[in-house]
Design a binder for this molecule. Structure first.
Ligand code: AMP
Ligand code: ZN
Length: 159
């Protein structure tokens, strides 16, 4: 789908990750298969920070096809195995952002693989403080989401 952006229509020709897949702009490729391309992030949060993307353009988790989604996440297992071999023992944060509101910068689905070596610095982005929430509010919001899920199922069944 074409989306308006900066006052003109967005084309996939403008997408930096589509350009990486086509080889129009350079990347440090680490893996490729029929559906997936993976390369090193050039602003790494930690040593080894890599990105996996579907070759077919999709903006986010809500738009990506099941085939692409499954291929990206299956490839992540191969890549993490390779990271472990190449870098030694690592734990890996697999992180994925959906929408500008949560800081998605490149609007082409991508899974970040952010390793932390066993002797490496803690990853700030995964070390959030556990602060007990307001249980009334958690209950209310949980109930609202669960009701909307039910409603969604009902509507699908009626179709
Ligand atoms: P986000 O959209 O916030 O999940 O993050 C986009 C990520 O893409 C950032 O971590 C960038 O460093 C990375 N990035 C943007 N352009 C390139 C590029 N040309 N090559 C490698 N990584 C990139
Ligand atoms: Zn794209």
């Amino acid at each position: 789908m074409l989306l308006p952006r900066h006052g003109r229509r967005f084309s996939m020709d403008d997408c930096i990750f589509c350009k990486i897949v086509k080889g129009d702009i350079p990347s440090i490729k680490i893996y490729e298969d029929e559906h997936v391309f993976a390369f090193m992030d050039i602003n790494p949060v930690s040593e080894g920070h890599a990105l996996i993307i579907p070759k077919l353009h999709a903006e986010n988790l809500w738009e990506i096809s099941e085939a692409s989604l499954s291929a990206v996440h299956t490839a992540s297992k191969t890549i993490v195995r390779a990271m472990k071999k190449a870098m030694g023992p690592v734990s890996v944060a697999a992180i994925q952002l959906n929408g500008k509101g949560v800081n998605q910068i490149v609007m082409h689905y991508h899974l970040h693989l952010i390793p932390r070596a066993s002797d490496g610095e803690a990853l700030k982005l995964t070390a959030w403080e556990m602060i007990p929430g307001d249980m009334d509010a958690i209950n209310r919001t949980g109930a609202a989401i669960a009701a909307a899920v039910e409603n969604d199922y009902d509507q699908k069944e009626r179709k």
